[in-house]
Design a binder for this molecule. Structure first.
Ligand SMILES: *Cc1c(COP(=O)(O)O)cnc(C)c1O
Length: 372
């Protein structure tokens, strides 16, 4: 059994993917080929925003958004403490200071009350110019955007949606990628919509930021490629990856998103009443189920449980074992100062189970049976 079965997915989509790859190879237009523009158009339409700019990975997508906003030394950005490193790393790499905010125990996402508390605290201290909030759609569930957008607006802060894990999720019918002022996603193979390597995208309705990001992503280009009006980076999505993503986006919309929802329901049924805290389903929210993550009862020997399951051929993962503010990379900085007891508890008790669109009901029953 695999944690996320990408081989099975390829088996199912093989004829279309092979044809798409061959077409690109025959044309040999490997960089910025027509599939890239086609994909950007389809992604923008699906998400419901004006601009989609693809780039080399989800980390660059965050970086390019921060560059467009000119976030740098002296600025602070609020980031959830329970997330993948890149959500805060990119802020620090731009020279700004990520300050970490605790999450909600049930949704694993930014706690709006603690966010507002932290905003007031940072503003009162006056050490930094507070510029933006990064909200993460952890494990596929969108953050609480109705509240977070209102809080950011009230306090004059930019909102960056890190939708690396959330692509396909919705809040009251609105799709991930459309929240905040700029949203980003990742096409890393194991994400809800993954390519066959690294890839990422940026979404926004703002024309000016979209133009800036297109420039920053290609060496700060001006009117043409050899007219360089600012310092940028080289961050593009390969034509081959775009061609593969066009096939995978169709499968994602037609069946895969429904399939993971079904798998999550099977898990819910099979694990109900066993003492595990199962993923929350807030009213009006849908998840793209990047992970199915439960919380173990306090005091469970998680290492032993994982070892036992592994012996039975069941792979599990711990996302994430360490709060952001305790990462060594932030030691001795203001980023290390955070009051995040919920995140600390989650890091001790979470466990993610195999999850992908091709997981069968039998497999889910087997996993749940062993867990019970
Ligand atoms: C995967 C991930 C990223 C980074 O994406 P890459 O494509 O791997 O660079 C950023 N934020 C979150 C929350 C992620 O899960």
């Amino acid at each position: 059994m695999q944690f996320r079965d990408l081989q099975k997915q390829y088996e199912v989509l093989k004829p279309q993917i092979d044809a798409a790859v061959q077409k690109v190879c025959a044309r040999a237009n490997y960089i910025s080929g027509q599939e890239v523009r086609q994909l950007e158009q389809q992604l923008a339409d699906y998400v419901g925003v004006k601009h989609c700019i693809t780039c080399a990975n989800g980390t660059d997508a965050l970086t390019l958004a921060l560059m467009a906003w000119g976030i740098g030394p002296g600025d602070a950005v609020l980031v959830p403490d329970f997330t993948f490193f890149a959500s805060g790393e990119t802020v620090a790499y731009e020279g700004a200071t990520p300050l970490f905010v605790d999450v909600d125990e049930g949704t694993f996402n930014l706690d709006p009350d603690k966010l507002e508390q932290k905003i007031l605290e940072v503003k009162a201290q006056g050490r930094y110019t507070l510029r933006a909030v990064v909200a993460v759609d952890l494990f596929g569930l969108p953050a609480d955007y109705p509240r977070i957008e209102a809080i950011c607006k009230k306090h004059g802060l930019l909102l960056l949606e890190d939708g690396a894990q959330g692509f396909g999720g919705t809040v009251n019918g609105r799709r991930v990628g459309s929240f905040g002022d700029i949203a980003t996603t990742s096409f890393f193979p194991a994400k809800p919509l993954g390519c066959y390597g690294d890839g990422g995208a940026i979404f926004t309705n703002n024309d000016e930021w979209a133009d800036l990001i297109r420039s920053y992503a290609v060496h700060g280009k001006g009117a043409m490629k050899y007219d360089n009006v600012r310092l940028g980076v080289n961050s593009r999505l390969d034509t081959l990856q775009a061609a593969i993503l066009l096939v995978k986006l169709e499968a994602f919309r037609n069946s895969e998103l429904d399939a993971v929802e079904q798998v999550s329901r099977w898990y819910d049924q099979a694990l109900a009443g066993c003492g595990f805290a199962l993923p929350h389903r807030p009213e009006g929210f849908t998840s793209s189920w990047a992970q199915y993550t439960l919380r173990l009862p306090a005091g469970t020997d998680r290492d032993a449980l994982q070892a036992k399951l592994k012996e039975q051929g069941i792979p599990t993962m711990v996302y994430y074992p360490k709060p952001m503010h305790l990462q060594k990379a932030f030691a001795g900085t203001d980023s290390a100062r955070a009051d995040c007891p919920v995140t600390e508890r989650l890091c001790e008790t979470v466990l993610s189970l195999p999850m992908h669109p091709y997981l069968t009901r039998d497999a889910v029953e087997q996993i749940a049976g062993k867990l019970r």
